[in-house]
Write a protein of this length. Structure first.
Length: 154
């Protein structure tokens, strides 16, 4: 039976596995040149946070003895929404190097928000622009991480 408790346990374990994968993969990032902060730092911290959150969710759900409410799998529209979101994420990853972090982030967030709420295109564009600007200032300027700045900022 598919219940909220079992779903939380499974999701917690999957998130923890993704965290482990990210931690292991971040050790393979080469360090070239002098950086204020190693390029491995950010993915490693994200991996550790995912690992901790996944383990925490799984343990919390495991300790609850009630099964909780039954949950339903997504219908056809839900499957299309999930697939569209995954395609958008793949596009974001593919465009990160040629466009750079700020522009790719702006386009991804604006597109994802618009895809999920088509009537809110103005808000989607505003959030995309703000987040793209923040990612440039925070990750590239302040932290000096080796993300691609892209065609607009190089």
């Amino acid at each position: 039976m598919r219940t909220q408790r079992t779903a939380d346990i499974v999701v917690g374990c999957l998130v923890a596995l993704v965290g482990i994968f990210i931690c292991v993969a971040s050790t393979g990032i080469s360090i070239a040149g002098v950086h204020r902060l190693s390029p491995r730092t950010f993915p490693y911290v994200v991996g550790l946070l995912l690992l901790c959150c996944g383990v925490g969710l799984a343990l919390k759900s495991w300790s609850v003895r009630t099964e909780g409410p039954a949950i339903a799998w997504p219908d056809g529209e839900g499957i299309r929404t999930i697939a569209g979101s995954l395609v958008g994420l793949a596009g974001y990853i593919a465009l990160m190097t040629p466009l750079g972090l700020p522009l790719a982030t702006c386009l991804y967030l604006a597109g994802a928000i618009w895809y999920l709420k088509p009537a809110k295109w103005g808000m989607a564009l505003l959030i995309g622009l703000i987040t793209g600007g923040i990612s440039y200032v925070l990750f590239i300027r302040l932290l000096g991480l080796s993300f691609p700045a892209g065609v607009l900022f190089e």
